[in-house]
Each structure stands twice: as structure tokens, then as C-alpha cells.
Write a protein that binds this ligand. Structure first.
Ligand SMILES: [Zn+2]
Length: 286
């Protein structure tokens, strides 16, 4: 399986929480984000997961910032899969999906609520339905953020109801304080649930928070899944060292892939695995 299953590396470059005070390498302005993504793309990432920020580093959901980021990424990282966040702390209600009309390749979609470190991550059913409908209308592929087992089953229900067009692509998120911890038996059950509901070959991804990022990278690569890294989830290389860049965290996943004898997916392979051939004509021509 390993030689025929390249590993897609997603780099979550910014997020809505980490600041320059946590790690000066966190890209905040759009130009910083483009530069950091380009370096991560060259290191092996084929998906960029992006939030945007105000100049004072607070979260933003301004579609104009997303548009500027998308234009820059298409120019400097042709072919790379662009995924916008509709979650996090960027805004309330439908403001979280105002950038979907820009037609990024993908967007994150949370389909249920759970606790975050200091608050409720509030995803009420009517908002979930609206975000999914916007993604359908604008041909944006959702990535289902599974903070809990019920989110995988909810994605299955939405797929069966026609709210999600293609086989759902699920990301297991583990290690968020007050949500699902890093637990190997749960992780294995998540995989079995995805395979049971979506097919034995259905692709899936995993993300770990903080020091657990490397653990989830190793588990996912070894189990045939895809891997997310980046400064959004973790700003350190280890206990004593800050990560110098998003690319450095991508290179850590590349090394894990090398040890597990899994090739790193090119953007073309990633688009084929995720059935995203339709978008980014500029990239296809490159
Ligand atoms: Zn995010």
C-alpha cells in the first residue's frame, strides 16, 4: 500500500491564536503568509490551510484579505491546494463563510460543537447547514474537522442527504484541551469508522496540537492517512526550540514519511486523491 499511497502534507500556516510573541515566525500579514506558504510548498506541503489576521494580529474574516491571499498563493505556489478556514475565532455566524464565494479549492467545515480550551466552539445546526450549502454552491470541497466521534457520523449523514457532494474528507483533531485527547484506541476507531462509512480506500487526515503534533504525524503516516502540520497547531520543534518556520515543520513530516517509506504527495497527486482536478487551471498548466 505504501508505495501507491502518497502522503498529503497540509500546512496550517497561521490559525487564529498564535502571535509573534509566541513565535516570531508566525505569518500575520498576507505577504508574510504568502512567503511562508511558498517555503512550505517547496518543502513538500500540497495543501495550505489559512486564516487571515488584522494588522494587530487579531483574527479576521475579511473576504478582501482572503482574496489577496488567494491571488498571491495562486501566483507564487501554482497548483497548491488552497483551503480557507471557516472555523476558529474569525467571526460569528455567517461571517465565517463570507469568503467561500472566492471559490478556494477547499474549506474547513466543523459539523458539531465541542469545548475549546477557554470557550465553547459553537457550531449550531443551522450554521453548519448554511456553510455546507455555500460550499456546494461555490464548488468548495469541505474538510470535515472531527473534534469528536459524532462529527464523523454527522458528516456521513450530511453526505447521504446530499449536503456534501463527494465522499467526505475527514480530519481527526486530537489534543485540543477540553476536547478529544490524543488516544490511540480512539484514533484507531476513528479510522475504522471512516473506512466503514466511506469505504476502505477513503482518504483521511489527522492533526495534533502542541507537542502532540509529531505524534499524530507519525500515527497518520504509519496508518496510511494524511498529515497536517504548521504553526497554527504547534509553534515548537521540541521543548527547547521554537520552530523556525512552517517549512521546518513540513520537513519534519517529510522525514517521518521517509522513515515509513511513504512518498510525499505532489500537488498533482494530492489533487487526484482529493478529486480536485477541476480547480486552479493556472496550476494545472504549470
Ligand atoms: Zn485553522
Amino acid at each position: 500500500m505504501s508505495m501507491t499511497n502518497p502522503c498529503i502534507i497540509c500546512v496550517a500556516i497561521t490559525g487564529s491564536l498564535p502571535t509573534k510573541a509566541n513565535n516570531p515566525a508566525v505569518p500575520i500579514t498576507v505577504s508574510e503568509q504568502i512567503e511562508s506558504t511558498h517555503e512550505a510548498f517547496e518543502a513538500g506541503a500540497s495543501i495550505v490551510h489559512a486564516h487571515v489576521r488584522n494588522d494587530d494580529q487579531t483574527p479576521s474574516s475579511d473576504p478582501e484579505k482572503f482574496a489577496a491571499l488567494k491571488n498571491g498563493l495562486e501566483k507564487h505556489c501554482p497548483g497548491m491546494i488552497i483551503q480557507f478556514s471557516t472555523g476558529g475565532r474569525s467571526g460569528a455566524g455567517q461571517a465565517r463563510g463570507a469568503m467561500l464565494r472566492l471559490q478556494p479549492d477547499m474549506a474547513s467545515l466543523s459539523v458539531g460543537s465541542n469545548n475549546f480550551p477557554t470557550r465553547v466552539y459553537d457550531n449550531p445546526p443551522d450554521l453548519v447547514d448554511w456553510l455546507a450549502a455555500e460550499m456546494l454552491a461555490h464548488d468548495v470541497k469541505p474538510e470535515i474537522e472531527a473534534f469528536d466521534l459524532s462529527h464523523i457520523l454527522k458528516a456521513h449523514q450530511m453526505w447521504q442527504a446530499g449536503q456534501i457532494a463527494q465522499t467526505p474528507y475527514v480530519q481527526f483533531v486530537m489534543g485540543v484541551k477540553n476536547a478529544m485527547p490524543v488516544d490511540r484506541e480512539v484514533f484507531d476507531f476513528y479510522i475504522r469508522t471512516v473506512q466503514r462509512l466511506f469505504g476502505a480506500d477513503a482518504p483521511w487526515c489527522a492533526a495534533g496540537i502542541g507537542a502532540q503534533q509529531a505524534t499524530l504525524n507519525q500515527w497518520a503516516v504509519a496508518a496510511g492517512g494524511h498529515a497536517r502540520t504548521g504553526l497554527e497547531d504547534n509553534v515548537r520543534l521540541d521543548r527547547d526550540r521554537l520552530a523556525p518556520s512552517n517549512a521546518a515543520l513540513v520537513r519534519r513530516v517529510v522525514e517521518i514519511c521517509d522513515r515509513q517509506e511513504r512518498p510525499v504527495a505532489t500537488w498533482q497527486q494530492a489533487r487526484a486523491i482529493l478529486r480536485l482536478q477541476g480547480n486552479s487551471q493556472q496550476g494545472q498548466a504549470a
